[in-house]
Design a binder for this molecule. Structure first.
Ligand code: ZN
Length: 312
């Protein structure tokens, strides 16, 4: 009996040590970069961008990236990014919608246990106050279909929902990770297939308006159909909306992936996530002026113009 208890104690200690080790700082190996040529862009005059904060979640750096400090609070922004282009207005992700309280209660219990959040003014309400309705949106472009990115879709009923084909299949076939958006019923999906050729080390791309100002690339990993959106504004400013590839900017800067616990809960394919983190790290070195915007890094998002202010 005593040796059995000793064995159990040893196993518990080994498990605790392994869990602690999984949070230890570790950067990803970065090989020689692919040939990265700054893509040309001819954004139309009048194109502009604005951030619409719509809620927050409260977490810690330790859960966001390997090397993040235990006990260091991080505010996870829930923000939509509006891009006006003369040929159409696109909203990237929705932030928290007006029904977020009910939606949170429909997520798995473990998620509810780990979720501390604060509501904000829903994106739809902010837009309506300035005369912009769902009919004025050419599309809601999802970086991916997790609940905290789609929460505001019902508030913008009728707007087309842009998803990559892999993400559309993930929504259709997927389990609990896409239950919320599936529950919204038969949305007017606009499915795209990255028909525009290679872009900055990515094999394929979708050049939305054909002028290089809004280019979507496939970055499967966090979800099978996750994307990154590269934006080029008339001023020459460039942004990359990387969705949940990393939760905080240190993920690309170091580069470092999420710790094992977060990967296990959040990522469909951690190897895919690692591949694109390393590529974005290399792209940042090749294009130091590119502002990489993780969907939940409030420090980066706060530096963008806040609706109804714009950056052009
Ligand atoms: Zn996500």
């Amino acid at each position: 009996m005593r040796s059995f208890l000793l064995l159990v104690a040893l196993l518990v200690a080994a498990g605790a040590a392994a869990l602690a080790w999984s949070f230890a700082p570790a950067t990803l190996a970065v090989g020689p970069p692919p040939k990265l040529v700054r893509p040309s862009a001819h954004p139309a005059e009048g194109m502009r961008l604005s951030a619409l904060p719509a809620g927050k979640m409260f977490s810690q750096a330790v859960f966001a990236y390997r090397g993040g400090a235990l006990g260091e609070p991080r505010v996870f922004a829930m923000t939509g990014i509006l891009v006006q282009h003369p040929r159409g207005t696109l909203l990237f992700d929705t932030g928290f919608g007006k029904d977020v309280d009910v939606q949170v209660r429909s997520t798995p219990w473990l998620m509810q246990l780990l979720t501390r959040y604060e509501k904000g003014t829903p994106v739809a309400e902010q837009l309506r106050a300035h005369g912009i309705g769902p009919k004025d949106l050419a599309g809601i472009v999802l970086t991916h279909a997790h609940w905290d990115h789609v929460s505001g879709i019902p508030d913008l009923s009728g707007a087309p929902v842009w998803v990559s084909r892999a993400e559309r299949d993930f929504i259709r076939d997927g389990g609990v990770a896409t239950a919320l958006v599936r529950g919204f019923g038969d949305l007017p999906y606009h499915v795209y297939d990255f028909a525009s050729g290679p872009y900055l080390g990515f094999d394929r791309s979708e050049d939305v308006f054909g002028d290089g100002s809004i280019v979507l690339v496939p970055a499967p990993g966090h979800t099978p159909g996750s994307i990154i959106a590269f934006l080029a504004l008339p001023s020459g400013k460039r942004f990359a909306l990387v969705g949940d590839l990393v939760w905080q900017k240190e993920g690309v800067e170091l580069p470092a992936e999420r710790p094992w616990l977060s990967r296990s809960l959040a990522d469909a394919d951690p190897a895919g996530v690692r591949r694109w983190i390393v590529l974005m790290h290399q792209i940042q070195i090749a294009m130091p002026d590119l502002v990489i915007v993780p969907a939940h890094d409030s420090r980066v998002l706060e530096r963008l113009a806040k609706f109804p202010e714009w950056v052009g």
